[in-house]
Ligand binder design. Structure first.
Ligand SMILES: C[S@@+](CC[C@H](N)C(=O)[O-])C[C@H]1O[C@@H](n2cnc3c(N)ncnc32)[C@H](O)[C@@H]1O
Length: 361
């Protein structure tokens, strides 16, 4: 478990991947081979002109066109590598590492592997003494992921194992109960793996699921709660908005990657532990097995307001509207004055509207 991953710094060597930025920001990624020539419509560029130069150099091709040469960052690599399945974007990978608290030396389980984007980040985060066990049920995706990991690291890291199969079946065969630090699930139906994850995790271990839709989010949340093996799940999404910063032109970018997915995390309780609040009240949310496919508004988080509370809010709204009318009358600016007509109780959409929004909470 002490294999060293290839260096990510120093002068360019044969075999390194290099990202070339040409005029107008066009990007090309090449792998350096002595004697080879990179051809673009801007002219030929000998790999030998790059080998031996420091990372971050400007190299000139045979037509005199300059290119900036940089080793791709992991983010660059992930965004340009071959994809079998949809990848976890860097903004989410960063949050996954933080929220799942992936640390050097951790034993981490990941499924599915898809194109291996998240595997690359996890492998880096666990360091040389950790272990990443990845599970993928589709052979061809496993192949894409293996290729991507090997391309980026130059080797298949000794800290990594990739098992082809269904996580729920393979996990108990791979790990004894209570031996895994962190489990990250990126799959269509993570709720099918919650029990297997609960068995494999150490007490205090973290389960993190990445899902694309709210229906998946609510379903996995309920599966986590129903298992009674975890703390209450915490959910979030991550939005990163780039900014254009040039002189006095400082503003948010016009475009951004808006929706990718949601993260939901929960921590494994010690076996036999019951959360204090669950001792006091029923834990099951209001849904039956028939609702599982089509979640009810209640289960989707819509607040149910009691009739008493609703009556209170109506009262507050009407009192506030009354105050607004009195205030306007005092200043001689009633809606009736402005429109020249009579103001009825049911016609509050003019002057009273803004006030109403402020006072109804
Ligand atoms: C969206 S992809 C994962 C992408 C990956 N995290 C990445 O960053 O490249 C989802 C993958 O999960 C796999 N999968 C779905 N259910 C699975 C299960 N129960 N066990 C193992 N793999 C599963 C699918 O075959 C698919 O390749």
């Amino acid at each position: 478990m002490t294999h060293e991953l290839p260096a990510a710094s120093g002068p360019f060597r044969a075999g390194d991947r290099v990202q070339l930025t040409g005029p107008r920001g066009h990007l090309h990624t090449i792998t350096l081979v002595p004697g080879k020539v990179f051809h673009s419509h801007k002219g030929p560029l000998a790999h030998d002109a790059i080998i031996g130069r420091p990372d971050g150099s400007v190299v000139v091709n045979e037509a005199g066109v300059e290119h900036l040469a940089l080793r791709p960052l992991l983010t660059d690599f992930v965004m340009s590598m071959p994809r079998g399945a949809a990848i976890v974007y860097p903004k989410d990978s960063a949050q996954i590492l933080a929220q799942a608290d992936v640390f050097p030396g951790a034993t981490v389980v990941e499924a599915g592997v898809g194109s291996g984007a998240l595997s690359l980040w996890l492998l880096r985060a666990i360091g040389q003494s950790g272990r990443l066990a990845s599970f993928e049920r589709r052979d061809e995706f496993a192949d894409v992921a293996r290729g991507n990991v090997e391309t980026f690291y130059g080797v298949l890291p000794e800290t990594w194992s990739l098992t082809v199969g269904d996580l729920a079946e393979e996990l108990p065969k791979t790990f004894a109960a209570g031996t895994v630090d962190r489990i990250v699930l990126d799959m269509l139906a993570p709720w099918e793996c919650v029990d297997a994850a609960a068995t494999a995790l150490k007490p205090g271990g973290v389960l993190l699921c990445y899902v694309a839709t709210v229906t998946q989010l609510s379903r996995v949340a309920e599966a986590i709660r129903d298992s009674a093996a975890f703390t209450h799940p915490l959910s979030s999404e991550t939005m990163v908005r780039g900014w254009h910063v040039e002189g006095l032109a400082v503003r948010p970018d016009h475009r951004m990657i808006a929706h990718t997915g949601f993260l939901i995390t929960a921590r494994r309780l010690a076996p036999g532990t019951v959360l204090p609040e669950l001792k006091r009240r029923a834990s099951k949310s209001e849904y039956s097995d028939d609702d599982v496919e089509a979640w009810t508004p209640g289960a989707l988080g819509e607040r149910v307001v009691s009739p008493k509370s609703l009556r209170k809010r109506v009262r507050e709204a009407s009192e506030s509207a009354h105050l607004a009318r009195e205030r306007d009358a005092l200043h001689g600016e009633t809606a009736a004055d402005q429109s020249g007509g009579a103001q009825t109780d049911g016609d509050q959409s003019g002057g009273g509207e803004a006030e109403g929004h402020q006072s109804v909470h």
